[in-house]
Design a protein. Structure first.
Length: 136
């Protein structure tokens, strides 16, 4: 049996590496939850709106929809955090081969996607966050 395919990454040893590893472990469930919530809102909200059951005062899935904007901003934030920590961890701990380079490339593409999502929704999220802060 060929053991090269089961080779393990180097374990995090420095506090810097352990910090990024712990951050990756903390952010990944949040990214999954926010992405599933966003996709669920898009599918279920649009379906209920199309049938006529859901009639909010704002346009569904537009920049006036606070749920859509909040979930998309949160999803972009978690995508940036997850993909950024994965890219840094792969560069720090991974072997220098084609698989590690592919992981870094895909992580940086995902980071750009998350940052673009945050940039597009940031102007629309600011008034919603200001209302929440004023309410508290």
């Amino acid at each position: 049996m060929d053991d090269r395919q089961f080779r393990r990454l180097r374990q995090p040893t420095t506090p810097f590496e352990r910090g990024f590893f712990r951050l990756f472990q903390l952010v990944t469930p949040g990214a999954i939850l926010s992405t599933l919530s966003f996709l669920g809102y898009v599918v279920i909200g649009f379906s209920l709106w199309a049938v006529g059951v859901y009639e909010p005062a704002y346009s569904v899935m537009s920049f006036t929809d606070p749920v859509f904007i909040g979930l998309s901003f949160l999803t972009g934030l978690f995508i940036c955090a997850t993909s950024g920590t994965l890219a840094v961890l792969t560069l720090l701990l991974g072997p220098n081969d084609s698989k590690a380079n592919f992981v870094v490339l895909m992580s940086l593409i995902a980071f750009g996607f998350g940052a673009a999502t945050m940039r597009v929704t940031s102007k629309a999220v600011q008034p919603c966050l200001a209302q929440i802060v004023n309410f508290l």
